[in-house]
Design a protein around this ligand. Structure first.
Ligand SMILES: Cc1cc2nc3c(=O)[nH]c(=O)nc-3n(C[C@H](O)[C@H](O)[C@H](O)COP(=O)(O)OP(=O)(O)OC[C@H]3O[C@@H](n4cnc5c(N)ncnc54)[C@H](O)[C@@H]3O)c2cc1C
Length: 386
């Protein structure tokens, strides 16, 4: 009987894993996702601002290469029985696995201590809420205010994209501390210049304390009107793994060994945002598509090695850059060292826009090419000495 490999979550990590597994025989691969199509999360801010996002249906993508797909929301995992329970269109279903590749990703963090935030603020999570916010942005009359909370990569990309697409709206970016640490001075200056050019108001050093239907309050006593509030203040992972008794870190990420195997359940490999990498695997782990894609590919290769009794090679990943789009016409690509610290060099202007676009395209095209041709195309920086 073939080994049953279940990929839980078809995000970047899950899709890259499925694509690489197509190369190997002797395995029955099933990918499970709540959506029927691949969500390009790194483009959700473009979609929110009105851009188009072609849908890549899992079933069509995988079926022609002998991989199965089940659409359903995973409700629980029973590691001792090696099963998952999911809610599918036809009702509850139990799926058995020999190996589980856990790649359920992350979502916008819920901050329960900020009254009104979870109720009134919108997020960049895929689903009907995002569609409604996109629609609302299109309908807002001139001069209405949009407030983005959190000036990290996601907040910055959302603010610039929205303002560029809807120049008649007043866009404000609020950040608790000083914005844009981790960039070389010139790169930071470029980001600030673009914000000024787009006429985006940047408010630094202010914590949001309360969100109402049409107003946001900050810790310095100030408040501002907002027709749409968008929460970009961090990501969190699902509690599914912890609830299942799988060993997790305090934030719910599965703790793994250097081969991405769960420390408590070695027949579960965790990938992407859902995994807590150790310092030997990655000197400066951060939730990112940049790390998720290599983790997916690596986990697939490792499963093959485990199956065929080959020696395992530890996972190694180092960041090389941080790419941020600033609307469709500007971007910054900050080069970083393996510790994710900024180097002196960065790209801006058209070159940076092009690099960022090529990377985004690659995250969708490379797994498709691997699926089509069965070639090992995905490569990444693997620092030897950290
Ligand atoms: C707007 C935005 C821009 C970003 N830009 C960048 C960028 O430029 N560069 C970068 O490196 N990173 C970026 N990121 C972060 C990046 O998108 C994530 O780190 C990345 O998506 C993680 O990949 P993943 O495979 O771990 O999880 P995800 O891509 O989150 O995929 C998880 C999958 O699991 C599925 N799932 C979840 N729970 C269940 C369940 N219970 N049952 C069934 N299916 C489930 C989801 O439907 C999803 O398909 C961005 C994020 C956002 C929101």
């Amino acid at each position: 009987m073939k080994t049953q490999i279940v990929i839980a979550g078809g995000g970047y990590a899950g899709l890259f894993a499925a694509a690489r597994l197509r190369k190997y025989s002797g395995m029955n691969v099933v990918l499970i996702d709540a959506h029927d199509h691949f969500v390009q999360r790194v483009r959700l801010h473009e979609y929110l601002a009105g851009g188009s996002m072609p849908k890549l249906a899992y079933r069509e993508l995988l079926a022609s290469h002998g991989l199965d797909f089940i659409q359903g929301r995973i409700q629980s995992i029973q590691p001792d029985q090696q099963t998952l329970i999911l809610e599918a269109a036809e009702g509850a279903r139990i799926v058995r696995y020999d190996w589980l590749l856990y790649g359920l990703g992350s979502r916008t963090k819920r901050w329960d201590h900020i009254p009104g935030l979870n109720e009134w603020a919108q997020t960049l999570d895929a689903g009907p809420q995002l569609d409604r916010t996109r629609q609302r942005l299109q309908e807002l009359p001139a001069g209405e205010s949009v407030v983005i909370m959190g000036a990290g990569l996601t907040g910055l990309e959302a603010a610039t994209e929205i303002k560029e697409a809807h120049p008649h709206l007043a866009v404000t970016l609020v950040n608790a501390g000083r914005a844009f640490p981790g960039y070389a001075p010139g790169a930071e200056q470029e980001i600030r210049n673009v914000l000024r050019r787009l006429d985006i108001r940047l408010m630094e050093g202010r914590q949001v304390t309360r969100v109402e239907a049409a107003r946001i309050h900050c810790d310095d006593g100030s408040s501002m009107p907002c027709a749409v509030a968008i929460h970009c203040m961090g990501l969190e992972v699902s509690s599914l793994a912890r609830d299942a008794g799988i060993r997790t870190a305090a934030n719910g990420q599965i703790q793994v060994d250097p081969y991405l195997r769960s420390l408590s359940h070695p027949n579960i490999l965790a990938v992407g945002d859902a995994a807590e990498l150790d310092a030997a695997s990655c000197p400066a782990p951060r939730m990112s598509c940049a790390a998720a894609c290599p983790m997916g590919t690596y986990a697939a290769d490792t499963l093959h090695r485990l199956q065929s009794g080959q020696k395992l090679l530890p996972f190694r990943f180092g960041f090389t850059g941080r790419c941020v789009s600033l609307g469709r016409r500007a971007a910054v690509v900050q080069l970083v060292n393996a510790l994710d610290q900024p180097r002196r060099w960065f790209f801006r202007g058209r070159l940076a826009v092009w690099i960022k676009e090529m990377i985004c395209r690659g995250t969708v095209q490379v797994p498709q090419w691997e699926l089509r041709w069965g070639l090992a195309l995905n490569r990444w920086y693997q620092p030897k000495d950290i």
